[in-house]
Write a protein that binds this ligand. Structure first.
Ligand code: HEM
Length: 453
């Protein structure tokens, strides 16, 4: 940032001039609440004491500077990377520098819009299978919609990754990914990270699940390499060849990318869909308009990716839901060299928190930020937006690779479900956050199913 200021960050809250707010215990108890309170009190750059200074940056200008303009000086924070790496290995989320650039070049084509279009039927087929189960469920009892969405997005990702072969291994994959996600949620922001070889029951369970998942991945890789290629993400990873160097991924790299996609792409989308159903249940006018659009564009037939350009209101509903409840509610960067952000000195090695949840509520950039208003995303209103005021998928070179996949999946699944059911929140059911890897619903999301016909 063009500034020469070198003043310490935050305002000293204590008599000894400690320029900090929050501490590790407050973070543990309520990490999001502590960040919000710090931001309300101190503004767009706040210093926290979490076993050393760390900064929250909120203003879109600062996000643009850190994520895009000076992304070379602000790579992902080693603190979080090391923990991710233990879980997924050296995949796109965790790698850096030339290795990351190469892996990203190799994986990017698999996520292009035209490739994702090929997964549309997988998405609607899986939704129909879930709806068939709903049809025979007892409608007088509530259903945990977060669990349902977790199952749905896992099925979709597993089939997109491994084709139809997955039925043989569905159970192993489901159990392993569930245990890996729990482990990731427990570890990513925890002040302690005991070594995996410590013989705790939770470690044994986790390592055994990961070994079983790896065995499935390696077997699938061997089958692909030996036989006919298939139209799935795994084949795309195996076949991808770097246009610059001609290199391909070896088996361990493919395995790490597969693990990465499951940890990064399954819970995020499930949690986002769940928040969308919750918001619709609280905003009947929006729901009515959405249902009308789906009826006009799709009618009773199964929605396809060709319908998506006409489902413009649905797209806005999803964007607005991701504004209020961005599944990745925070991510981290660390300064390589001393730098300045928003007029404050950031010393080398210090961590920066970027909270989409907070930036998406910045009152300078959002009118009535807590209101659910999908029309904010009408094209004439977004044309002159600050590009970094809305970053549910991040920004700069490390922007989410699965962004298109997630939006297409959310649009098709939401449309298909709303053709058949209304999901009504259970009155009085507590809706709280449990921020971890994603912005999870602490108590799940109990909803009543109401068939439309
Ligand atoms: C609603 C769903 C999703 C949300 C909100 C989301 C959000 C994000 C965000 C904010 C980042 C950037 C993190 C950072 O800069 O530190 C990211 C990165 C990433 N996401 Fe997603 N994501 C979603 C779905 C997916 C899906 C479906 C996949 C894959 C199947 C995926 C794979 C990844 C990967 C591999 C990265 C790392 C990219 C890199 O570092 O180059 N995500 N995601």
């Amino acid at each position: 940032m063009a500034s020469t200021a070198t003043k310490p960050l935050g305002r000293p809250p204590g008599p000894k001039g400690r320029p900090v707010v929050g501490n590790i215990f407050e973070f543990r108890r309520d990490i999001l609440g502590t960040m919000i309170a710090g931001w309300r009190e101190f503004g767009d750059v706040v210093q926290f004491n979490v076993g050393g200074a760390a900064y929250l940056i909120v203003h879109p200008d600062h996000l643009q500077y850190v994520l895009r303009e000076r992304s070379d000086n602000f790579p992902k924070a080693p603190f979080q990377d090391q923990r991710w790496r233990k879980i997924v290995g050296e995949g796109i989320v965790t790698s850096k520098g030339d290795f990351w650039a190469r892996q990203r070049r190799l994986a990017d084509p698999a996520f292009h819009q035209d490739r994702i279009a090929e997964f549309g039927t997988i998405m609607t087929d899986a939704t129909d299978e879930m709806l068939a189960e709903w049809d025979s469920a007892d409608k007088s009892e509530p259903l945990d919609i977060r669990d349902e969405m977790m199952r749905l997005t896992l099925t979709i990702l597993a089939r997109a990754m491994f084709s139809a072969d997955v039925w043989r291994d569905a159970r192993t994959i489901g159990d392993a990914v569930g245990i890996m996600l729990t482990h990731a949620n427990n570890r990513l922001f925890s002040p302690i990270d005991p070594p995996e070889k410590l013989p705790l029951p939770s470690h044994r369970r986790y390592l055994s699940a990961r070994d079983k998942f790896d065995a499935v991945i390696y077997r699938m890789i061997d089958e692909r390499r030996a036989g006919e290629p298939k139209n799935d993400l795994l084949t795309m990873f195996i076949e991808a060849r770097d246009a610059e160097t001609g290199e391909q991924m070896d088996n361990v790299q493919v395995r790490d990318e597969v693990r990465t996609m499951f940890v990064a792409g399954h819970e995020t989308t499930a949690v986002a869909l769940t928040w969308t159903f919750y918001l619709l249940s609280q905003n009947p006018d929006v729901l009515e308009r959405l249902v009308q659009e789906i009826d006009e564009v799709v009618g009773d037939r199964i929605p396809t990716v060709d319908d998506l350009p006409q489902l413009t209101y649905e797209w806005r509903v999803i964007q607005e839901s991701l504004r209020l409840y961005p599944a990745i509610w925070v991510f981290l960067r660390a300064a390589i060299e001393d730098d300045e952000v928003g007029g404050y000195r950031i010393k080398k090695g210090k961590n920066l928190f970027i909270s989409t949840y907070i930036t998406h509520r910045h009152p300078e950039f959002w009118d009535d930020p807590e209101r659910f208003d999908p029309d904010r995303f009408e094209p004439h209103r977004t044309a002159d937006w600050h590009r970094f005021k809305y970053v549910p998928f991040g920004g700069g070179p490390r922007k989410c690779i699965g962004n298109n996949f997630a939006i297409v999946e959310m649009q098709l699944c939401l449309a298909r479900i709303l053709q058949r059911y209304r999901l009504n929140a259970v009155p009085g059911f507590p809706v709280d956050f449990e921020p971890g890897l994603s912005l999870r619903q602490k108590h799940g999301m109990q909803m009543m199913l109401e068939p439309t016909t």
